[in-house]
Every structure is written in C-alpha cells, then in structure tokens.
Design a protein around this ligand. Structure first.
Ligand SMILES: [Fe+2]
Length: 431
C-alpha cells in the first residue's frame, strides 16, 4: 500500500513538472482566478474581537474549542483558555505539534478530537502549528482522505465538524495564518520527505494578529522570520505567475518589511509599532505568494535547511539575491522593486541597475545581521569541506522539492549546483 502511494506521488510529481510550463502566465490568462483570504483581525482589540465573534456565533452545544500549540507556544494557551472560560466556552489544549510536522502527530490529535469533539480550532504558533492544524482539519473531518492525493480542484467538504478555524501566529514570517497550504513530512520514506497539501478549504476563517504574542521574539528569530516574509514577497513578485491582487500584497509587503524589519530586530518589544507592521507584512506576503509562486530560493532554502540544519527564513533570505538575479534573465519585474530599496533607475544601463539593486538587497540583509553567503552563516557555522561534501545531496533535495516544479525559469541539477556553488562565497549570478 505504502509503495503504491509512493509511486502515485512520484507520478503526480512528474506530471506536475511537465504541466507547469504550460500553465505559467499572469491572470486573467493563467489559472489563478480567485483571491482568497481569511478575515484578518489585528490591532489592540484583536483578542477581544475574536472573543466576541465566537461568543456570538457558537450555539449552546457547540461551545468547545481545541487550542493547538507546540512546546514553545503552550504558554499562550492559558490566557486564551481563561478568556474563553469567561464566556462559557470549554477549551482543551493539545501541545503535541512537532517541528516539520511528521504526519503521525496528526493521528494523535485526531484521537483527542474524536473524544472532545471540538467545534473550533484555535491554533497558536508558527508554521508547524498552523500546518498541523490544517492537516488535522482534514483527518478529523474526513478520515478516509489520503493526504498525498488531495486535489485543490475538488471539494473536501470540511466545516461539518469544525465550524471555525482561528489562526494566531506567534512569529511574523511564514504567512501560514492566511494560506491554503500545509507543509508536512512523510516519515514513512527514507529519508523523510516533505510534501505539501494545498486546498482552499484549509484557509483559516480568522487570522488574528496579536502583537503581544510576537513582541518578545529574540533578534535572531525576528531577523530570520522577517527574511522569510521578504523572500515570499520579493521572490513571488519577480516571478512570472501572479495577479494584480498578488502584486499589491507582495509589493507592499516588501515596502513594509524594508521599513519595519530593521526596527523590529533592533528594538524588539520596545517598538510595538514595528512589530505590528511586521505581522501585517508577513500576512500580506503570505497572501501574495499563495496567489503567485515563491521563488526558487525556497527550493534551495528547504534543502539547505534540512541538510545542514539552518533556519528556514535565514536560508531563503540568504538565497534571495541569487534567485532574483537568476530570474532577471527572463523578467524585468525586479525593476519595480528598485525604488523600494532606494535605487534610482534613471540614467543607468540594465547591468548597472541590476548591480546596484542586488547590492542594496545584500546591504539590507547585512543591516539586520543576516548572511548573504553560506560562509557568512553563523548559526550554525558551515565549513567549506562540510558544504562541498553535502553538495550533491543539497542539489538532489532542491531539485526534487515541490517548489522546483513551479518556478518560472527552467532549472535542472546543473543550474541548481551552480547556484549553490556561487552562494558559498557570495558570487553574483551571471548566467
Ligand atoms: Fe517560507
């Protein structure tokens, strides 16, 4: 049975890869002809407002909420439980989410759901918590569904058991609180393999941005998650897939990130305005990339993160100057971003402008203590010997990453290897 699923996965992957070249394009010619978003609640009264929504809309027999967290975000569950208790909503906390979302953790949560029969999920956490909750929605409501073969084009029939899915992010970067995608890890494969389940019914009903829950992020996490948001927004803005809706979200997310991320990194909890703007920027970038495509920085970044244990946001942010430069050969959309980075396009050749833009992008990353080459990564330090030893594996993982199937300029293992080689010491992409 497992073998069959594996074969089906591989077949679907190959077909997708072949089809993507035919599907690329910008709306209304492409396939992206809807713009879907949760209700986004933010600002000082956000918590109070979601409380009032639930109080007003849950009938007597439906007042059961499962709060989903991991070890790190469990601390946020008790303030939510006590608020719910005051309006006679019973809550339970499940804190069993694991990093990278191994799919067996979902079975554990389904058992709790079958016993407690929640009518609302409140997911509090980063990408792993929100992605786990999305997969849990499917397996609790439709246990017969095969996660490997979910098609975004066919109805799942959710929201029969769970009336509302409330997503409360505790980092500002993944954008998962507004997206339809859930990134999971199939632990039955050796090595374990990441796969994505995407479906419009997985979009949370409410994304609640509570600044108090992100204000104490340490500088490294603020920088790395902020770079993730920047990579989502800039990487998908320069791609050749998208719509004016996605463009608006991505463009403004880049603008907000440039303005507020350095302040959020530098001043932390003392600069609540910067924190609040970065929350919004991350959600906007999520709405942008999910209605477009992330860049190949995400294929390369997923691979680097997994093989050498580097933070996801740090990886994709570091690859951004390389992958935007790679994309420049087939699109001029990067030029729109120049003014946001303070680069004036007047009286400059394309080469001069590109060089100035890429330098400004690298300067920005450096300004928040981020790396722009592999050898600059401090956490963890990667030796040249270790990097070269793992190069083939890095290429293999990047090439078979789901993102690699959807990029807008053709890539193969040779191209990917060259980008990895250039990224070691910061060489500018010239191919
Ligand atoms: Fe990301």
């Amino acid at each position: 049975m497992e073998k069959k699923i594996e074969q089906t996965q591989d077949l679907v992957s190959e077909q997708l890869k072949a089809l993507m070249n035919l599907l690329k394009g910008r709306a209304p010619g492409g396939l992206l002809t809807a713009f879907r978003t949760p209700q986004i609640i933010f600002g000082m009264t956000a918590l109070n407002r979601i409380k009032n929504y639930l109080d007003g809309n849950l009938e007597e027999g439906d007042r059961r909420v499962l709060i989903i967290t991991d070890d790190f975000t469990e601390k946020f569950a008790s303030p939510i439980s006590s608020i719910l208790g005051k309006i006679n909503i019973e809550s339970r906390v499940w804190s069993g989410v694991k990093p990278e979302v191994p799919i067996d953790t979902i079975d554990e949560a389904v058992k709790i759901c079958n016993d407690f029969k929640p009518r609302v999920f409140v997911a509090i956490g980063g990408g792993s918590v929100l992605d786990t909750t999305k997969a849990l929605m499917i397996k609790f409501e439709k246990p017969e569904t095969n996660l490997f073969t979910v098609s975004a084009l066919e109805p799942l029939g959710l929201r029969k058991k769970i009336k509302y899915f409330v997503a409360i992010p505790t980092t500002s970067g993944t954008g998962s609180e507004v997206t339809l995608a859930s990134m999971l890890t199939d632990i039955s494969r050796d090595p374990p393999k990441k796969f994505t389940v995407s479906h419009p019914e997985l979009i949370p009903d409410y994304a609640v941005l509570i600044t108090d829950f992100v204000k104490d992020m340490p500088p490294f996490l603020t920088m790395a998650t902020g770079l993730d948001a920047l990579a989502h927004a800039a990487g998908s803005y320069v791609s050749n897939i998208g719509t004016p809706f996605a463009d608006a979200m991505n463009f403004y997310a880049v603008k907000e990130t440039i303005k507020y991320l350095p302040r959020a990194v530098k001043y932390g909890a003392k600069d609540i305005e910067a924190r609040a703007h970065m929350q919004i920027a991350a959600s906007m970038a999520g709405l942008g990339f999910i209605h477009s495509r992330v860049g190949i920085d995400h294929a390369l970044g997923h691979s680097l993160g997994k093989v050498l244990n580097v933070h996801h946001g740090l990886c994709v942010g570091m690859f951004l100057p390389y992958t935007i430069a790679f994309q420049m050969k087939i699109s001029e959309r990067w030029k729109d971003l120049c003014p946001l980075f303070g680069v004036d396009p007047k009286n400059k050749s394309d080469n001069e402008l590109a060089a100035e833009f890429l330098k400004s992008l690298k300067d920005f990353i450096h300004s928040i203590d981020g790396p722009v080459s592999i050898k600059e990564i401090k956490n963890p330090v990667i030796t040249e010997e270790d990097y070269n030893k793992n190069l083939d594996l890095l290429v293999n993982y990047a090439e078979t990453d789901p993102v690699a199937y959807m990029v807008t300029r053709y890539i193969d293992s040779e191209v990917i290897k060259r980008i990895f080689e250039y990224a070691w010491d910061g060489k500018t992409i010239d191919f």
